[in-house]
Design a protein. Structure first.
Length: 449
């Protein structure tokens, strides 16, 4: 949607509200709803402000200690939310609404470097300086329940009723049971400017996936967060609850597989080489994958940002445990798929709770380092990687935090401030979980001790 179209629709009354949003550390949209004419008169020219604790709070929006950029000592001042006009779009599921995303700056005009969108922008620029661009597609799974969000809360998330009572992976009939909701989501996202590809059932009860066409890294992550927010809004409107939580129960978790390929700035296929017998990969393509393998453990915090994230990594669950790559091998963390123009690497480590800006920034940085250092790629893994003696994806947040916080490469690529900021994010979650009394503890200990 262009600004001229927005002006016309505000003048006619078709649009009266503009949502201006940024993405917080947890990958959620936060921001304001602005009256349409006020947006045109003021916000479009000058942006708007938000409290800087939006990038220094826990998932419950509590102020927490340990962040350099935001604290009681610093007075919890504002930063500026600067609209990115290229993200402007209609939001069909909200009457009279348009939305656009914002970049976050300090009031002196400097970037807030710990902002997820700015972290990705930095890596996109580094890749462009090397003469390449990243094309990305994310695949988000979710589980749908007949309960509303309020009912689920009041039930303490126990005894919820999934919309399918058995495995509906690829089942047309299983999808039909919830097609009215899925169709509303698909059409809403198409109306918001996304290219919808398909929808399919998945393994967990009530689990489904809607797929969208790939695009450049930044626009794809923008679409990811808008879709995720919108799908939950639509589900709530229709009387359902859906979750992208990485591991909502003991069955298969929700993944967010990320497909990525590097191309030249002119669109040339720098990763592919059809004349090469090595899976169609060029030297650049092989080094790109080698970079992923070299750095996956130390950037796993970007792929698995919550305590719950690590509970996906169960052998035989289609969530990876082995840090290996294979040609169309779903037992590996990294799966090479496609041919020629469609050749790409699928990173299967992220769950549905991932912040896409952080994850894609990590993938770009690792791939670029592999290319710059011309890292050699090990042979593709064949067989069951779950049963191999390969290096393992970190199994706990403590391990991932330690690898991230102690990595000299992370510090050099992302900067000391970003490294410390997301180390503290993990620490906040670890300490909160450490104090919690869980149902598991009650059932295990209440009567017996």
């Amino acid at each position: 949607m262009t600004i001229e179209e927005l002006r016309t629709e505000i003048a006619s009354g078709a649009i009266d509200t503009v949502v201006i949003a940024m993405t917080d550390m947890q990958g959620r949209l936060v921001g304001k709803r602005v009256h349409g004419q006020y947006f045109l008169d003021e916000v479009l020219k000058h942006g708007t402000e938000g409290c800087n604790y939006l990038l220094a709070a826990d998932i419950d929006m509590n102020t927490v200690a340990g962040y350099e950029m935001s604290s009681w000592e610093r007075g919890y001042a504002d930063f500026a939310m600067i609209p990115d006009i290229s993200t402007l779009r209609r939001i069909p599921w909200q009457p009279g609404a348009a939305m656009l995303l914002a970049d976050v700056q300090w009031l002196d005009g400097k970037d807030v470097v710990a902002s997820p969108r700015q972290i990705l922008r930095k890596q996109v620029k580094a890749l462009a300086d090397a003469g390449m661009q990243a094309m990305v597609g994310t695949e988000l799974e979710f589980v749908v329940f007949h309960d509303t969000y309020e009912e689920a809360w009041n039930k303490a998330y126990r005894d919820l009723t999934p919309v399918n009572l058995y495995n509906v992976d690829y089942s047309i009939m299983g999808g039909s049971r919830i097609e009215p909701l899925l169709r509303t989501i698909r059409l809403g996202m198409a109306g918001a400017g996304m290219t919808v590809e398909s929808v399919k059932g998945e393994c967990n009860f009530g689990q489904h996936e809607i797929a969208f066409k790939y695009s450049d890294a930044l626009s794809n992550c923008d679409n990811h967060v808008i879709y995720k927010n919108g799908a939950k809004e639509i589900a709530a409107q229709e009387g359902y609850a859906l979750t992208f939580m990485a591991k909502p129960n003991q069955k298969e978790g929700n993944s967010s597989h990320i497909h990525c390929s590097f191309r030249g700035l002119d669109g040339s296929m720098v990763m592919a080489d059809d004349a090469d017998k090595h899976h169609g990969l060029s030297d650049v393509g092989r080094s790109f994958i080698a970079g992923q393998i070299a750095h996956l453990k130390e950037i796993s915090l970007l792929f698995a940002p919550n305590i719950n994230s690590y509970k996906r990594y169960v052998p035989g669950s289609f969530a990876p445990t082995a840090i290996r790559w294979g040609r169309d091998n779903r037992t590996c963390a990294l799966r090479l798929v496609g041919h020629g123009q469609s050749l790409r690497l699928e990173n299967r480590v992220p769950g549905g709770d991932v912040n896409p800006y952080l994850a894609v920034a990590g993938i770009i940085a690792a791939g670029l380092d592999g290319i710059n250092r011309k890292l050699k790629l090990e042979d593709a893994f064949e067989g069951n990687a779950y049963a191999s003696d390969s290096e393992r994806v970190p199994s706990t947040m403590q391990e991932a935090q330690k690898l991230w916080s102690e990595s000299a490469w992370v510090k050099s690529v992302f900067g000391a401030e970003v490294q410390a900021h997301y180390t503290n994010m993990a620490q906040v979650e670890l300490e909160a979980f450490g104090k919690a009394v869980t149902d598991w503890e009650l059932f295990r200990n209440f009567e017996r001790f």
